[in-house]
Design a protein around this ligand. Structure first.
Ligand code: SF4
Length: 317
């Protein structure tokens, strides 16, 4: 694959950035992003190296499929979040731009091996693995995720692992399959406040997410439990703070909060660009009720700076 093909991401990302703009939330938002959502493009050749490894192994990343605004920054630092079990999801959430399919392609038996090889190529010390929701498979894909973790560990003994999973429809046996592999971080996002949950998510519910997180913490207290939400979907600060409280009570050690951005015209519109001061207020609130690891800011995503987040958790919890 030529360098030109790999760098095809650059103009695509720039073009799609325009599509991230809301269609009509308010006058200011319609024309441009606010100043705090502007930042310089990263430099260096690692962007190419990351793309080469991922594409060379025919892997998917949520960085690309979800049109993450941090792609160029993260790939320039040689980090990416692997998206396993295909790039079609059996759910169709209002915020997420991953393609929907009722019956996605079958699982690929050699995907665990290819991921492990890519981890080795990139020299990743912390590996973040996420998945599409596979409600078409009896265990939701838990066994496949377990195989990926085992493959990564077998070839990369020092690597720590973070999984960002679906809710497995609340299936405890599927959760056990994942938790028994002892990832360093078990991450399952609540995505939004209770009031917005039914319009933002499809199938997943606010209470089931809390149940999944609580179950994971009780079952494996030694694993860090992480969850996150997006803001800018029309929620208010007191609802966000209640969600932080609920996550803390469910056993979360780490909470991420970031600005929702509309990835395509078919997705939910941005209702508000939350200010950096408001993000800081959420972080302070979380810390005040005992969540030592609060990551709240416009560009924060579940897997943003994931290794640094883990390192910090090890120091504080
Ligand atoms: S924040 Fe996560 S999903 Fe976004 S580019 Fe970085 S690693 Fe990928």
């Amino acid at each position: 694959m030529s360098q030109a093909e790999l760098f095809d991401n650059r103009p695509k990302v720039r073009k799609k950035k325009l599509n991230l703009l809301p269609e009509n939330p308010d006058k200011e938002a319609r024309g441009r992003f606010p100043s705090w959502l502007h930042r310089p493009l990263p430099k260096g050749s690692n962007l190419w190296t990351t793309g080469h490894s991922v594409k060379g192994k025919k892997l998917h990343t949520v960085c690309e499929e979800a049109k993450c605004p941090n792609l160029m920054e993260c790939w320039s630092k040689k980090t990416a979040t692997f998206l396993i079990m295909g790039k079609e999801c059996t759910r169709s959430c209002g915020f997420c731009d991953i393609d929907f399919a009722k019956n996605p392609e079958p699982l690929e038996a050699d995907e665990p091996k290819r991921i492990a090889e890519s981890v080795g190529e990139l020299g990743l010390k912390h590996v973040v693995i996420t998945m599409v929701a596979r409600d078409d498979i009896s265990d939701g894909g838990a066994s496949h995720l377990a195989q990926v973790m085992r493959a990564v560990r077998s070839q990369n003994r020092e690597a720590t692992i973070e999984v960002l999973t679906s809710d497995f429809e609340g299936n405890e046996s599927a959760l056990d399959t994942v938790l028994n592999e002892q990832p360093e971080i078990f991450n399952h996002n609540i995505e939004t406040v209770r009031k917005k949950s039914s319009s933002v998510r499809h199938k997943a519910t606010y209470d089931r997410t809390l149940k999944v997180l609580r179950y994971a913490k009780e079952k494996r207290p030694e694993i860090y439990i992480k969850s996150g939400l997006m803001v800018g979907l029309g929620e208010n600060p007191s609802q966000v703070k209640q969600t932080i409280r609920d996550l803390k009570e469910a056993g979360c050690d780490i909470i991420t909060i970031g600005q929702y951005l509309q990835a395509s015209r078919h997705k939910l519109r941005v209702q508000e660009f939350v200010t950096p001061e408001q993000f800081e207020d959420y972080a302070s609130f979380g810390r005040s009720i005992g969540v030592a690891n609060m990551y709240s800011g416009p560009f924060v995503r579940s897997s943003y700076n994931a290794k640094a987040v883990l390192d910090n958790a090890k120091k504080t919890i």
